[in-house]
Ligand binder design. Structure first.
Ligand SMILES: Nc1nc2c(c(=O)[nH]1)N[C@H]1C(S)=C(S)[C@@H](COP(=O)(O)O)O[C@H]1N2
Ligand SMILES: [Mo]
Length: 324
């Protein structure tokens, strides 16, 4: 499954590919079933170029959105041809080439349910939701736990704007965000040993921090499927696995949500997962990162460079495993 030609710049991750390494072990157990599912996906979806397979949400008129100049970068924006061709999206396979398979993701119609401990639970069509929200473009860094990174112009709206709309009740302490669950649309979800649907969570304080962003587009147009269309999260001070894709349910809870990766391997992928170069992953260093589209490794920054905005969220939580 992972046998394919690699470009030279991809090699560093073969040493540090936590999610795949874990998967490989399980695949041996899953055996033929896993293979059959993957082959099926390959057969039904012809190879697509980055840029194909989406735009189906009828929201293209909203792009490009005005850039919010408050969010700047210390590095050039990663070219789309790199970021759109090197993705983690386990619903469509465990190597980085998910674009052809993710053509099977149908984003129209798409409904988002907002429920749990809120005054105003509701279900809303994706298009209606986007048209209610203040769309803007922000330049964000993204740091995968596997030690690669990119810098992208996301379009979306603050998660805080959604929280304000639904009015969580006093006992709501966390926000759980979930990906769709549809084995017909995502062959990876037939891998029964994964705790589908992909689930992530934030404290309410994190969710209402300015940086927590619900993303609907990138590079000045609606999200391509492989980026997690039509709606994904971007929490750039945390490792990339927190930025859950293709969200269709957002639930406010009193208990800390059990996340997909935490359920699989809690010692390696915890709830907090804040970026910290000084705290190594149990199997590799997090001190540096390879920037997609380059051969360069650059130093990784505390909270991925966003310490000023988010460090205060963690006062009093020093006993927690904030950086794993
Ligand atoms: N539903 C879902 N969301 C997901 C993932 C996934 O496999 N499934 N992978 C995560 C990981 S590990 C990373 S690094 C980012 C990758 O985002 P990108 O492919 O847009 O770069 O998505 C995150 N969100
Ligand atoms: Mo990741």
């Amino acid at each position: 499954m992972h046998i394919r030609s690699r470009r030279s710049w991809e090699i560093p991750e073969s040493a540090a590919t936590p999610e795949s390494a874990f998967f490989d072990r399980r695949t041996l157990l899953g055996g033929a079933l896993g293979l059959a599912a993957t082959t099926l996906a390959g057969a039904s979806a012809r190879a697509a170029l980055p840029g194909e397979g989406t735009g189906a949400t009828r929201t293209a008129d909203l792009y490009p959105a005005k850039r919010n100049g408050a969010y700047t970068l210390d590095r050039p924006v990663t070219e789309e041809r790199y970021s759109a061709d090197y993705n983690n999206f386990y619903e469509y396979g465990t190597n980085k080439t998910v674009t052809p398979g993710s053509n099977a993701l149908k984003v129209q119609p798409w409904t988002v349910a907002i429920d749990g401990l809120v005054e105003n639970p509701f279900e809303i069509g994706f298009e209606d939701l986007v048209r209610k929200m203040p769309l803007e473009e922000r330049l964000y860094r993204h740091r995968c736990v596997e030690a690669w990174s990119m810098a992208v112009p996301w379009t979306g709206f603050p998660l805080a704007a959604l929280v304000a709309l639904v009015k969580p009740s006093a006992d709501a302490k966390y926000v759980r965000l979930q990906t769709f669950f549809d084995k017909g649309m995502a062959p990876g979800q037939r891998q029964f040993f994964y705790p589908w649907p992909y689930t992530e969570g934030l404290t309410l304080a994190e969710a209402t921090n300015d940086l927590a962003f619900l993303v609907t587009g990138v590079y000045g147009k609606p999200l391509l499927n492989q980026f997690g269309a039509p709606l994904r999260l971007a929490v750039p001070w945390k490792y990339g696995f927190k930025s859950v894709k293709s969200i269709n349910r957002i639930t406010f809870t009193a208990e800390r949500p059990k996340t997909f990766w935490e359920a699989l391997q809690p010692s390696e992928y915890g709830f907090w997962a804040n970026v910290n170069p000084a705290v190594p992953h149990p199997r590799w260093s997090q001190a540096t990162e390879r920037v997609l589209g380059t051969d360069q490794r650059v130093p990784t920054l505390l909270y991925n460079g966003y310490a000023e905005q988010v460090a205060g969220l963690y006062k009093g939580l020093e006993k927690e495993r904030l950086f794993v």
